[in-house]
Ligand binder design. Sequence first.
Ligand code: C2E
Ligand code: CA
Ligand code: CA
Length: 650
Amino acid sequence: MTGTYVYYYDIAALAVTSVTLLSIVLRRVIRGPANRVFFSAVILVLLTTLAGLGCELYDEFLGPFLAEHRLMDPAYPHVARSAMQLVYFLLRSLNAPAYLVLISAFSGTSHRLNKNLATQLALWVPMVAVDLIILTNPVHHLIYSIQDDVMQRGPFIWVIYASALYYTLVGIWWLVRWKPVMDEDEFSTLMLMYPLVLLSVVIQYFYMNLRVEMFFTSVGLMLVSAFVIRPEKQLDSLVSASSLQAYREACSRAFITQKPLCLVYLELVNIEKLRELVGKEELQGIVVGVSADLSRRLQRGDVMYYLRNGLFCIQPNNIDADRAYGITLQMHEEGKARALAENNRGAIVRLRSCVVRVPEDVSSYEELRTFVRRFEHLVPDSDVTTFAALSRQDDFALNMALPSIVERAIRERSFEVYYQPIYCVADGRFHSAEALVRLHDPDFGWISPALFIPEAEQSGAIIEIGSILQEQICAFLGGAGKQARGLDYVEVNLSVDQCIRPQMAGELLELMHRHGVEPSRVNLEITETSSAFSQQIIDRNVRILSAEGVTFSLDDYGTGYSNVTRILDLPVSIVKFDKSFVDDMDSEATRVVLERSIDMMHQIGKKVLVEGIETKAQSDALCAMGVDYIQGYHYARPMPPDEFLAFLER
Ligand code: C2E
Ligand code: CA
Ligand code: CA
């Protein structure tokens, strides 16, 4: 039976779906595989609604009108009406399977739908079968027939419901199965569609006049568009690439769902140098330029992510590693020329890149994360390489293992402190020593701090390592080292990250107090930092400690940042000249620079220490230049505490 105004609900559905469509177009979230599927689903719902509305309007207006004016060909009654009904049923039967495809696209599990033939058959045969029955309805009228101007349900109408139920159950199962790869909002919003539609089907089954199915569906889709599709989550605001969060999601999902991946990482090697050279704004321009250049070379279906400070990742469509490799190779060659042309300041954009394949190269998301975090240490500058090639290199395993090595050493507190005596030129004695960390790993043996300290600085583990070492050093100074012959103080290395902790000074003072160590027996080696903000905290820490009697050295003078004047304002008593100074002391120029620098330091009241002295000739030359302290293998190597005490006795 037809009633009046049944079409109102479909008009509402039309409005809601149009709003959804408009919103995704305005928010520009129609690119990318998942978004494209969503777009298609919205269009499908729109067409289904239109077909349904067509039937209703026919029943309401056109049918009666035609009948009244006897305009219908009596030989073919209701052909148009019947065809419209067929289109409606056909489109309607596609809704549930389409929603399943949508779920798989949003959860990044599309590849699982096509896993094998059995899955494919189970998924698509019911849909095709139902569609065939609907298409052949004009012959057998098993689904519906039009009698007396009214659509009558046929004996096989249940097939349509059965199919919808089937896809609903599969969809719910799919959502539950892959819940771990979805976030809460995503899961619950996608799930909500099912009770909504179920409710509408029940209503409509019993009250044919309440044609609410498409209305409920359209509301469900609108919720999906509001809560599942979030462009800010997907797009990096600076460069037009997908965001770090989107990358993380895609990668971690791929491991859980065993999806093969090809990832090409591309990093601007010298981004810090470029920043110094051209400034922050122009650097941003360069990054955006590189990103635009990259995306020009991409094909439909490729995804480009921007991960951090100059690090891009491309995920080529169809895991086409060779093509991706080709793109980066081109970038390497052309990048230099382009950057030069763009800003005539001689800024060359240097790149490093690496192709990674999952699961061939990397077996867990953790491993991939470690690789990406240590990218700059693992991939050589100005090189295009593959993970497979890198992993054949000797120190690769060690480099990859560093985070876990450090973690383990912290857990087991297996760091040791060695002491390297420092020679005082004035009286030919050893009044001090530098405390240097040593680490022996059960699997990898002795590991140089030059390797694991930078890693610990990057991961933040340096804070914990620092306090473990300070504890040991204070225990030594308050214990066996208390009466050590002639030992005035020990030089302790501090990383920048340690110095910029506001609580650093207080903690150290407390530690010294607990072990009964006079603050004057500790000298802290600090280095220059680039940030003015952290400089303030460092200043404060230094002044607090200095007031208590702790002294300071400026480490690694002659490397890194050139602006040391700021730190020289601080109460730094010793400036440590880096080993690189002495390394080419044969050159006349270096000797002059060295001599002048030593003079300059003396003039502003600083003592000078030179590191890395390995020969008598070097030592003699430096003594002649008026250096105050010398540290190096020529006098003594770093040694364990007991050996150090014995050394002092001699
Ligand atoms: P650094 O502070 O410049 O330390 C001096 C480095 O030069 C030490 O390397 C020392 O063993 C080495 N050295 C001393 N004399 C000679 C020499 O005559 N010839 C040569 N070729 N090398 C010499 P080490 O112990 O491998 O430490 C490397 C770096 O690790 C240190 O450089 C420092 O930056 C960092 N580090 C070491 N211990 C600590 C620590 O306890 N805390 C922190 N934050 N960093 C540390
Ligand atoms: Ca040092
Ligand atoms: Ca040094």
